[in-house]
Write a protein that binds this ligand. Structure first.
Ligand code: FA5
Length: 369
């Protein structure tokens, strides 16, 4: 009974018929395949260890010898043919897939690239760097001082004692004294109250206290004034202090250095300057330096307020009382000092009509530099 059933199920004709059905089904499905992964799955379904053809081969082992040989070789042939068909199909699909990727991801390497936007320097930084380079080439070195200053360095040592009317020239942001939280290197015990420095001139004193002449220094930095703002006045702005001390320094030396500096900064060989007498307690004589307006060529414009001249800096010959305050023997040394308003220089160089644009954070303004 059992043997009879076996014979019905596994005789060679049935087997050969089954093989044909497997072949037909495999070829039909393979013909419709368009995807590599799905084709790999299909290949496993037919030819894998548990695939339809492997199951057939296992069943063939139970056939009588003659039938086994006949169907076995037919099944093996079919396996080889199907394997070849699957491999061919997979190779075709890989090729088309590669071509379509090339088509889709085609890059024209000759096209100009898209620039990554880069940050850039603020015009004040650009001009400060230019100015430093010019002074360095004339033998000046850059030094720095604190923005939080003491009354002594900002005023007293500069010959501006308490209650001196000149203190009104520098409207001051005074700081509340809180000794515990004072991490600043500025001592306030003996040096009076603390303040935000109103000019860079205190750096002169700090340098002279610790260095002997001769020397040439510049000190660029931020300063603060408690005053109303307008197109040419800010409450915080930049100055560049200069100080040259030696024997026999004269106003002629100052005039040459500053004219050379301005001509190179503005890249204008015939740039005119003029010295106007002025008063600063720490210099004698004192003057202000005006530059012939290069925006309008002295015809009169909003930057020079129609005067043809723009005030750029205060300057003068170092007062002997200042030398005495830092411990120099006054009669031995002479020197000139100046304090340039850097924002004004930048305004003139780039024809900027309003100083308040510098700290406005307006990208339309900043992107122009
Ligand atoms: C002084 O600050 C002196 N310490 C300069 C000096 C140094 C004189 C050494 C002598 C020897 P004054 O207050 O004039 O001077 O300021 C100097 C420059 O800073 C001015 O010429 C101007 O260009 C600029 N400045 C002054 N106030 C402002 C302000 N509110 N906003 C922008 N720039 C200003």
């Amino acid at each position: 009974m059992f043997a009879g059933r076996l014979r019905v199920r596994y005789n060679d004709e049935i087997m050969l018929d089954e093989l044909k059905k497997i072949e037909q089904s495999a070829r039909e499905k393979l013909a419709n395949m368009g995807d590599i992964d799905a084709t790999e799955v299909l290949k496993i379904q037919f030819l894998g260890r548990k695939g339809a053809l492997s199951l057939m081969l296992r069943a063939i082992k139970n056939l009588p010898e003659q039938e086994r040989i006949k169907t076995g070789s037919a099944a093996n042939r079919l396996r080889q043919e199907l394997e070849a068909a699957f491999d061919k199909k997979l190779a075709e699909l890989k090729k088309t897939n590669h071509e379509s990727v090339l088509q889709r991801e085609w890059i024209d390497v000759t096209r100009p690239g898209v620039k990554t936007p880069r940050g850039h320097l603020h015009p004040l930084t650009l001009v400060r760097r230019d100015a430093e380079a010019i002074f360095h080439s004339m033998g000046f070195v850059t030094v720095e001082g604190p923005e939080v200053e003491s009354e002594r360095y900002n005023f007293d040592a500069l010959n501006i004692p308490a209650n001196h009317p000149a203190r009104d020239m520098w409207d001051t942001f005074w700081l509340r004294s809180n000794q515990k939280s004072q991490k600043s290197k500025v001592k306030s015990q003996n040096d009076g109250r603390l303040l935000l420095r109103t000019h860079t001139s205190p750096v002169q004193i700090r340098y002279m206290e610790t260095h002997e002449p001769p020397f040439r220094i510049i000190a660029p930095g931020r300063v603060f004034r408690y005053e109303a703002t307008d197109a040419s006045h800010e409450i915080q702005f930049y100055q560049l202090e200069g100080l040259m001390v030696d024997r026999h320094v004269s106003i002629a030396n100052f005039k040459f250095v500053i004219q050379e500096f301005l001509r190179r900064l503005f890249r204008k060989q015939n740039l005119e300057i003029r010295l106007r007498p002025s008063y600063f307690p720490f210099v004698e004589p004192g003057f202000e330096v005006d530059v012939a307006c290069i925006v309008c060529n002295q015809k009169g414009c909003s930057v020079c307020k129609r005067s043809g001249w723009l005030e750029m800096m205060g300057a003068g010959m170092v007062h002997q009382k200042v030398f005495a305050a830092v411990g120099y023997v006054p009669a031995e040394w002479t020197g000139f000092a100046f304090g340039i308003g850097l924002d004004r220089v930048v305004m003139m160089k780039y024809n900027i009509p309003d100083i308040r644009l510098f700290h406005s954070g307006d990208l339309r303004f900043l992107k122009q530099f």
